[in-house]
Design a protein around this ligand. Structure first.
Ligand code: UDX
Length: 447
């Protein structure tokens, strides 16, 4: 099939590369010339395991192309995927400005094509961006309005196809999805999308077909539910701490209940990233606008805001109120391992709070340092490796559980630090072992 991807950000690039990998001809479009020029040479703008390999392979075979020309992309494709950003607006609502302006431009291009072309055209426009419920209907309305009398010359379909990609595992998630959700309001769009996704569901994953509004709602519900599990466990962790219980034991035990399951129950320094915070804000707004008070969703958000600061409270309590002349080593800056993404990363809040208290920060992350430098500039000292960050440090704060931080040489660490204190923000270390080695250990929810 001939596919175009409008918006070659994180979701667009993964989607385009994976569709090319499954044998389609894909044109990825973006207005960012520098990004497109780099991609044409096989240089990937983000860190995502496995992505560079399939981009380069499909560039070489010619199945994957990059362009800044929207008209070229729209003209040469039967399926047009919208993978555009929908950032939170001033009031938390998803800002659809970019999406709608692109839809308008696409409509103008389609109008031009319909005018010149003798034969009947067929185009399927698929929204992959996370958008408020009802957006697919609005897109269809806008397109028809703009096409006017030419709408009869195009068989035009609009579908919603939310993505469930996890950063750091996106290629794998796309290639082997748990399920594919397709929102359509007609049989033809369903037929095309079923055929397109067939190679990805050979493992037996279902393709779930529903109306566009339900499909749009699936994405918000899934993300809010996952965030709820984490916020809930963070709340339980805080109580465990006061009551002398160990949240890790509680987590494992409840995870064996088939109705609960073991995943997304890990307490920590709070959730972040490009999806959860933005989607939860947008969901709250949707509730507000429609007169439905989403009490749980609101609490999920508030608990998380508080959680990001709790580790700072522990540090403050350990050292007394002031942190002047204290050197704090930070391990891990990205919002989770295997990504360089700093968006809404708990490290932003934690580091800023520590700086406010007068601490000196020395940080290390395996890949996120260039992005972190853009945020902190020279307010933070960035170390060349994880051990260098610890030289003369008064405490180590583990924020992101990268694999390379899991089994460090604690005997060596003790020789590097001024005082051997560990704040383990992800419960990855064994408290007993550390205490035996002479460390003071603080975890999350370990009473
Ligand atoms: C999420 C969804 O999982 C994905 O389906 C959607 O498409 C986009 O949003 P992502 O933001 O890449 O993906 O990260 P995810 O792995 O879901 O983690 C989100 C946050 O929750 C991270 O900050 C992570 O550290 C935190 N987390 C996750 C926990 O604190 N505890 C857990 O048990 C799991």
């Amino acid at each position: 099939m001939n596919i175009s991807i409008i918006g070659t950000g994180y979701v667009g690039l993964v989607t385009g590369a994976c569709f090319a990998e499954s044998g389609n001809n894909v044109v990825c479009m973006d207005i960012d010339k520098e990004k497109i020029n780099k991609l044409k040479k096989g240089i990937i703008p983000i860190y995502e395991p496995g992505l560079d390999e399939i981009v380069r392979k499909n560039l070489n075979t010619g199945r994957l192309k990059f362009t800044t020309d929207l008209e070229y992309a729209v003209r040469n494709s039967e399926i047009i995927f919208l993978c555009l950003p929908t950032p939170p607006g001033k009031d938390g609502d998803a800002d659809l400005g970019i999406l709608f302006s692109v839809v308008k431009n696409i409509a103008k291009i389609l109008r031009g094509l319909a005018k010149d072309e003798k034969k009947q055209l067929k185009k399927l426009i698929v929204s992959k961006s996370t958008v408020p419920v009802g957006t697919a209907d609005k897109i269809k309305e806008m397109l028809n309005k703009e096409l006017g009398k030419y709408s009869d010359k195009i068989d035009l379909y609009v579908a919603s196809n939310p993505e469930f990609l996890k950063e750091g595992n996106a290629v794998q998630d796309f290639m082997f999805p748990d399920r594919v959700v397709i929102g359509v309001n007609d049989g033809e769009a369903e037929k095309i999308l079923r055929e397109l996704y067939e190679p990805f569901v050979r493992t037996g994953a279902p393709i779930l077909v529903m109306d566009t509004r339900s499909a749009e709602m699936v994405k918000y519900t899934a993300n809010a539910f996952l965030a709820m599990r984490i916020s809930f466990m963070n709340e339980m962790a805080n109580l465990c701490e006061k009551l002398g219980a160990d949240v890790e034991k509680v987590r494992i035990a409840i995870g064996y209940d088939n109705r609960i399951g073991p995943r997304f129950l890990f307490p920590g320094v709070g959730w972040g990233g490009s999806c959860f915070p933005k989607d939860i804000k947008a969901l709250m707004k949707m509730g507000e606008k429609n007169g439905v008070e989403l009490k749980i969703v609101k609490s999920v958000y508030e608990v998380n805001e508080r959680q990001k600061k709790l580790i700072v409270e522990k540090i403050k309590k350990h050292f007394g109120r002031e942190l002047k002349n204290k050197k704090i080593a930070i391990w891990g800056l990205s919002f989770k391992p295997k990504t360089d993404d700093m968006r809404e990363a708990p490290s932003n809040v934690i580091i800023n709070e520590l700086l406010k208290l007068g601490a000196k920060i020395s940080a290390f992350d395996p890949v996120a340092v260039p992005n972190a430098k853009k945020i902190f500039g020279d307010k933070v000292k960035f170390a060349k490796n994880q051990y260098e960050a610890l030289k003369n440090a008064d405490a180590l704060v583990l924020i992101t559980e990268w694999q390379e931080f899991r089994e460090p040489d604690f005997n060596y660490i003790k020789t590097l630090m001024r005082t051997p204190v560990v704040f383990d923000g992800r419960n990855i270390y064994n408290p007993e072992k550390l205490k035996k080695l002479g460390f003071t250990y603080y975890g999350i929810g370990k009473g």
